[in-house]
Ligand binder design. Structure first.
Ligand code: 13P
Length: 199
């Protein structure tokens, strides 16, 4: 198992990668991992630019909101904590503002499973959770209720959440959610995308 310092550096590296790939916008978006044996969540700080973020700024906290290190956690820490509380198999949460996926979220639409990767990596269609005020526990409660066993969920008028057994899996799923949303959007321009009911 990676140690806390290594995990903090991995969060910083993946956050910058996500920003450069257009999965994050501005200082929005956030990433975390949960270490159950230590009951510690590591999460990006709020409103820090990804080009300057350093490992020592990654915040250590409990799922009840108790902060164990310096710094202020993401304003969406409840989202991450509620996901870990409801889904013990989830060990990493990645909240993006990736544009094609977020376009579905602002329409309160699910992303249909038209791409085979949606089955391989995401478990099928990506559902959209009902709207909740940003930063409230309800954002996480609704997302955790709606995600089921899928690899991600949309937050109405807000963005995308991808989950995984580790940071790499959550990141890969965030990429495939965006790819599935983008290809569906292109396909709609030229025809009628066919939903896959099974592989
Ligand atoms: P921070 O993680 O910087 O607080 O950003 C919040 C956010 O992404 C809201 O969607």
């Amino acid at each position: 198992m990676a140690n806390i310092d290594e995990l903090k550096q991995e969060i910083v590296d993946k956050s910058l990668q996500a920003f450069l790939a257009g999965l994050f916008a501005g200082t929005s978006g956030n990433m975390s991992t949960y270490i159950p044996e230590k009951e510690i969540m590591l999460i990006t700080p709020t409103s820090v630019r990804y080009e300057t973020m350093q490992a020592h700024q990654i915040v250590e906290m409990r799922l009840d909101g108790t902060i164990l290190s310096d710094g202020k956690p993401s304003s969406e820490w409840h989202l991450h904590a509620e996901m870990y509380k409801a889904h013990p198999n989830v060990k990493a949460v990645f909240h993006t503002h990736s544009p094609y996926g977020t376009a579905f979220a602002v329409n309160h639409m699910s992303i249909p499973a038209t791409l085979i990767e949606a089955y391989f990596f995401l478990g099928g269609e990506i559902p959209c959770a009902k709207y909740a005020t940003p930063g409230t526990p309800e954002v996480g409660i609704y997302a955790a209720e709606t995600i089921g066993d899928k690899g991600g969920v949309l937050l109405a008028n807000h963005g995308v959440v991808a989950v995984g057994k580790d940071l790499s899996e959550a990141y890969l799923r965030a990429e495939y959610i965006e790819d599935a949303a983008k290809i569906y959007t292109f396909a709609k321009q030229i025809g009628t995308p066919v939903e896959l009911k099974q592989l």
